[in-house]
Structures are given as C-alpha cells and as structure tokens.
Ligand binder design. Structure first.
Ligand SMILES: NC(=O)c1ccc[n+]([C@@H]2O[C@H](COP(=O)([O-])OP(=O)(O)OC[C@H]3O[C@@H](n4cnc5c(N)ncnc54)[C@H](OP(=O)(O)O)[C@@H]3O)[C@@H](O)[C@H]2O)c1
Length: 235
C-alpha cells in the first residue's frame, strides 16, 4: 500500500545495501515514508526503485551540503518519527593495528561515524522531538570489545554509544538507542575479512525485527544487542 501524508517518516543513512536497505524495505512495507541516502546514487536508485514511500537523496554524510539536503527532504515531508544513523566507515582493509593506522584514516572514520551523525541529528532534532520520535545509532561489538585491528572503527563506535547515551540523558522526550546488530553477511563485513568466506554470517534482514522493536519504543533509551532483542521476538 502506498503511504500517505499521515504516514510516519524515517531518515535512514546508508540505505542502498546491507542493514540500511533491509530496514528501508521493512519500513516501506509498513507504509512509512523514508528518506534514504548513500554516496553511490545509481546503486541507491536501483535499490529503492519500486519502493513507493522512499525518497532517495544521494550524497556523503560528511558533506554539510548533503546533510542540509537530507534535512530539507525531511522538512518537505513535514515530520520525523525515526532517525537511523546506519552509514559507517570501516577504515582500511585489511584492518591495521593501531600502530599502523594512518591518522588521516582515523579522522575519516570519526568524521563518518561520529561527527556526521551528530551534525545530522542537530539539523533534524526539532522535528524528531515534535514527534516524540526515535533515534537509532548503529553501533558494534567492537565498541566494547578490544579486537586487534579494530581500534579505529571500534573507538568510533564507542563514540557513537556515548553520543546516544548523552542524547538520551539530554532528551527524555525521545527514545534514543545504540544497537549492536551483530555480525552480518554484508559488504562491510567482507571488507573486514577480505578473502574469507563469510556466508555463515546472518543476513541483515534477520536483524530488522530487532530494530523494529526499538522503533516501536517498547524499551527505555539505552544500548542494546540485536541478539538480545531478537530473543524476545516471537518466532
Ligand atoms: N556487517 C556487520 O557485520 C556489522 C557488524 C556490526 C556493526 N555493523 C554496523 O551496521 C551498519 C550497517 O553496516 P552494513 O554491514 O550493512 O554496511 P554496508 O553493507 O557496507 O552498507 C553501508 C551503507 O552505508 C552507505 N554509506 C557508507 N558510507 C557512507 C557515507 N559516507 N555517506 C552516506 N552513505 C554511506 C553505503 O553506500 P555507499 O557506499 O554508496 O555510500 C551503504 O548503503 C554500520 O553502522 C556498521 O558499522 C555492521
């Protein structure tokens, strides 16, 4: 069914593949209106073709002009019920030890994973608060575990966790979640394990029901693991 002007609105970064696209598809199926981005506009356009409620806004979340376009697209829809910071940078592949991580790469990881989500949040916070909405920041187990090679990405995801926690403290009118989706069979995961067969990892679609529990605001603001959320979802 086609969404109408009363349908809820979501902004999902990184919506052209992987977990972002799986979530965009699920929201579209539930008659949400969705604004989604990704850097490769052709891939994004193909991914969301046929999804009636989806507005594709190609661009890079680190670009202030692109973030302004995302905010304008949301403003055009008149409300914002859900903001999902999903787009993410892994850093160099294979993953280098911190001793060998070029500082410029760390700066880029932080720009994509930490600075851009906060900057985008600031642009759309009023609409999100007006709706009593939900913010989901996609984190990782690398935020809390010390895996060799994951120091740049992991420190950025620790920053994501703390942004979400402080936003929750500052905005009790919102539901603010950091969520660790667990390993998934995606392009990013393949880049983390180049040359390895990752086909045993779950597909990103299997994580979406966990995200939808958060969207339904069933739980207080906080940090959650998708595996724990899924354990409580009826089969
Ligand atoms: N896969 C896992 O095992 C795993 C585990 C733990 C956490 N996570 C987290 O889960 C989330 C989704 O990961 P995924 O595995 O689904 O990744 P993915 O398959 O690589 O997809 C990433 C998406 O983000 C977009 N993107 C990347 N950089 C962007 C930028 N600067 N601006 C705008 N869009 C950008 C990509 O499109 P373009 O390339 O066209 O920009 C793509 O649509 C990420 O936050 C990741 O850190 C993943």
């Amino acid at each position: 069914m086609t969404p109408d002007r009363t349908s809820p609105v979501a902004l999902v970064t990184g919506g052209s593949q992987g977990l972002g696209l799986a979530l965009v598809r699920a929201l579209d199926a539930a008659r949400w209106r969705v604004v989604a981005d990704a850097r490769h506009g052709d891939v994004l356009a193909r991914a969301v073709a046929g999804l009636a409620g989806v507005t594709a806004v190609p661009g890079d979340v680190t670009d202030p002009a692109h973030r302004a376009e995302l905010a304008a697209a949301v403003a055009g829809l008149g409300r914002l019920d859900l903001l999902v910071h999903n787009a993410s940078a892994l850093g160099p592949s294979p993953l280098p030890a911190l001793a060998d991580l070029p500082v410029a790469d760390l700066e880029h990881i932080l720009a994509v994973n930490v600075v851009a989500p906060l900057a985008l949040t600031q642009l759309v916070l009023d609409e999100l608060r007006s709706a009593g909405g939900t913010l989901v920041a996609v984190s990782s187990d690398a935020a809390v575990e010390a895996y060799a090679g994951w120091g740049g990405y992991g420190s950025s995801k620790a920053g994501v966790d703390q942004l979400a926690a402080v936003l929750a403290a500052e905005h009790p009118d919102l539901h603010v979640y950091a969520v660790d989706p667990g390993d998934m069979n995606t392009a990013m995961h393949q880049r983390a394990f180049p040359g390895e067969d990752i086909s045993d990892r779950p597909l990103p679609e299997t994580v979406v029901p966990a995200l939808l529990r958060l969207v339904r605001q069933e739980l207080p603001s906080g940090r959650y693991r998708a595996a724990d959320l899924l354990a409580a979802v009826p089969a």
